[in-house]
Design a protein around this ligand. Structure first.
Ligand code: FMN
Length: 333
């Protein structure tokens, strides 16, 4: 029986399959089912900066109005309960999850600025989070913003949160940096203990009948592993940090590929939504059979063994491979 154990963000895990942030962790029941389904750790859905801001603004408005006007105010503003449901309910769920499950629970913060919500990182730590994942979702729509300014924004958020909490902080990065390697280094220098590759950006669609921009969130497919696979393979062994893979993990094959590239943990959301939380165990069983069949004794043995530093042809990760692919391509293939 191969040894599947791994270490991610300093957390010892029995195997590398982790439930990434998503709707299955929205309540305690779902969190329990993720543990029962075999996930080695659970990343909770994100607490959004907007939810925190709404709460702060609503409280400020009500406080400024004075006691005698709150009755009237309540008819003008959405019920305070709606605002408070965000961060407070999140922290309560986190605390209850820590008591209810034995696996590490990683809280997730989604924001774009370093002010105001860093306190919530501290509260997440106090509520018992094993670690915090920062999901920095930021589309630099201001066409005058420079690449360095955009990068600095990430670095500022990471250092502010890392200064605020003693627990490990992982950063779920976007793939859209012109110098991914240096950006990864800067994020780690700012205090991150791990990188999660990559954030799967929400990309709006157009409704041609209603002529509206519509939200669209589709489940991933296995072919989407390629971009994270490329960068895990390049970064492994070059940056001293924990690495997690996210996107496209539907079968044990994607798990194995990500481990070979250098991931310490392999995360999945879409496949668990599609097949149910028990699919985590199916992935682990598939990985075990594959390791057995290939005569590997452990996950540690294969981790990073096909990263750019270890493969016979390191140019396979770079431009040379592009030319090979084009030269071997034939119409109709
Ligand atoms: C319905 C849904 C909700 C999600 N919610 C979050 C979230 O709250 N925070 C976050 O960081 N990622 C969120 N994600 C992204 C996932 O954590 C994951 O990174 C992404 O879906 C790629 O992995 P997959 O191919 O296994 O789905 C969500 C994904 C889906 C499909």
């Amino acid at each position: 029986m191969p040894d599947l154990s791994t270490t991610y963000l300093g957390l010892s895990l029995p195997h590398p399959v982790v439930a990434s942030a998503g709707p299955l962790s929205h309540d305690l029941d779902g969190i329990r089912r993720l543990e029962d389904g075999g996930a080695a750790a659970i990343v909770l859905f994100s607490l959004f900066e907007e939810q925190i801001r709404w709460e702060n603004e609503a409280l400020a408005i009500l406080t400024a109005m004075g006691a005698d006007s709150t009755g009237e105010a309540s008819t003008y503003f959405p019920p305070i309960g709606d605002f408070a449901a965000g961060p407070e309910a999140y922290l309560e769920l986190l605390g209850r999850a820590r008591e209810a499950v034995g696996v590490p629970v990683i809280a997730s913060l989604n924001g774009t600025t370093s002010s105001g919500w860093v306190d919530y990182a501290r509260l997440m730590h106090e509520a018992g989070a094993s670690a915090i994942e920062l999901n920095i979702f930021y589309v630099p729509a201001d066409a005058s913003a420079t690449g360095r300014e955009v990068e600095q924004r990430y670095v500022d958020i990471v250092s502010a949160v890392c200064r605020a909490v003693p627990i490990p902080v992982a950063v779920k990065l976007s793939p859209f940096f012109s110098a991914m390697g240096e950006m990864a280094r800067r994020v780690v220098s700012a205090g991150a203990s791990g990188l999660v590759l990559f954030n799967r950006f929400y990309q709006p669609d157009f409704d041609l009948e209603r002529m509206e921009v519509t939200p669209s969130l589709e489940l991933s497919s296995p072919s989407e592993i390629r971009l994270p696979l490329l960068w895990l393979g390049i970064l492994h062994g070059r940056i001293q940090t924990s690495l997690a893979a996210t996107t496209g993990v539907h079968t044990h094959q994607e798990v194995a590929k990500y481990l070979l590239a250098g991931a310490d943990a392999v995360m999945t959301t879409s496949a668990l939504l599609k097949h149910g939380p028990g699919h985590a165990r199916t992935l682990v069983e598939g990985l075990t059979s594959w390791l057995d069949r290939k005569n590997f004794s452990s996950v540690a043995e294969i981790k990073g063994s096909m990263s750019q530093r270890h493969v016979a042809d390191p140019t396979a990760f770079e431009r040379a491979n592009y030319m090979k692919v084009l030269q071997s391509w034939r119409p109709g293939r």
